[in-house]
Design a protein around this ligand. Structure first.
Ligand code: NAD
Length: 352
């Protein structure tokens, strides 16, 4: 998508969605940003867009088909990019119903509104329209020591979160096969980077390590995740929107498998260098192993050779450069984190 195109982005006040919106606006696109502002939505992240005529923020639910239909009719977007979701695995264990509501029922309502809008636009616009669904590699389940997830790996979701994302992926696929809606799906590995909530591993460890608090690591710390810098995920989505083949799915990852314990130790070392604790106490000594998450997937690793080969996408960061940038961002933006941690980011919701 190039030029002055208009995107309807859902979940654009969340971690990845907001990074995507900031990048798209910087590149000259128009964005209509539909976000329910659950606990995970944070208008602080979008503060720099205030007064920008190319960004329209609407507080609302993707499951509200009438609202979505109204926004589509009014703004006539060239594409929809669906980030909106409940996204935290631990929360899905405590309360799966909300995950089914947003990730499955909500995505279905969005698809129906998108299909009806798409059917009504002019021929040229109909051919160019895209519905891009942002999903996760967790739909593929867990890996042993060998192999990687490819686009052919059978779905085997293990948590209520990944099960709800898998269901939404299937609905997206079905809307292509049944109704011809021009869909694209991306399945990405674990993201990290600026504006991620401190409930997720990397920002959680950064905040606790900065404060000199104990650093909780699940189980034996040997679970492996394949980490991708959020800006690289966003550039992959842009590339798939631009050139992806309709109806296809693309795996997104940066070949950066790391054990959780390695991630934690890397953050400790970066912070020890930048902000040493009193008497130079090494932060690694703060690591404490805690009871593992039930059903914790052991290893994820993603093969993104289809995206790299077909569409020429490459990540710009290695894990080492991305994690150093991320630590530096959190150091420079402590007020953003503090407003999340003390809850004050929720005081400035639109319409409340
Ligand atoms: P996030 O939890 O930070 O943000 C989700 C956003 O969606 C929030 O702003 C929230 O207010 C909004 N939202 C929730 N329910 C909504 C609803 N019913 N209607 C409208 N908005 C709603 O999540 P994230 O980490 O930015 O993830 C974004 C997407 O990317 C999700 O679909 C997730 O499954 C996918 N994904 C995430 C990762 C990752 O590592 N974080 C990796 C791969 C894929």
């Amino acid at each position: 998508v190039t030029g002055k195109k208009t995107l309807l982005v859902t979940g654009g006040a969340g971690f990845i969605g907001a990074n995507f919106v900031l990048q798209a606006i910087a590149d000259g696109l128009r964005v209509v940003n539909l976000d329910k502002l659950t606990y995970a939505g944070n208008m602080d992240t979008l503060a720099s867009l205030e007064g920008n005529a190319r960004h329209v923020f609407v507080q609302g639910d993707i499951g509200d088909r009438d609202l979505v239909a109204k926004l589509l009719a009014e703004h006539r977007p060239d594409a929809i990019v669906n980030f909106a979701a409940e996204s935290h695995v631990d929360r899905s264990i405590d309360g799966p119903a909300e995950f089914v509501q947003t990730n499955v029922v909500g995505t279905l309502a969005l698809l129906e509104a998108a299909r009806d809008y798409w059917r009504g636009i002019s021929d040229g616009a109909r051919d160019a329209f895209r519905f891009l669904h942002v999903s996760t590699d967790e739909v593929y389940g867990s890996l042993g020591a060998e192999g990687k997830f490819t686009e052919q790996t059978p779905y085997a979701p293990n948590s209520p979160y990944s099960a709800s994302k898998a269901a939404s992926d299937h609905l997206v696929r079905a809307f292509h096969h049944t109704f011809g809606l021009p869909v694209l799906t991306t399945n990405c590995s674990n993201n990290y980077g600026p504006y991620q909530f401190p409930e997720k591993l990397i920002p959680l460890i950064i905040q606790k390590a900065l404060a000199g608090e104990s650093l909780p690591v699940y189980g034996d710390g040997r679970n492996i995740r394949d980490w991708l810098f959020v800006g690289d995920h966003c550039s992959a989505i842009r590339r798939v929107l631009e050139a992806g083949r309709v109806g296809e799915t693309y795996n997104v990852g940066g070949n950066a498998e790391r054990e959780n314990i390695t991630v934690v130790k890397t953050i400790c070392a970066l912070l020890d260098e930048r902000r040493p604790l009193a008497e130079g106490k090494p932060r690694e000594s703060l690591i404490t192993y805690v009871k593992d998450r039930p059903g914790h997937d052991r290893r994820y690793a993603i093969d993104s050779s289809k995206l790299q080969g077909e569409l020429g996408w490459r990540p710009s960061q290695t894990f080492e450069s991305g994690i150093a940038q991320t630590v530096d961002w959190y150091l420079a933006n402590q007020s953003w984190s503090h407003r999340v941690l003390d809850g004050s980011y929720r005081m400035e919701r639109l319409g409340s």
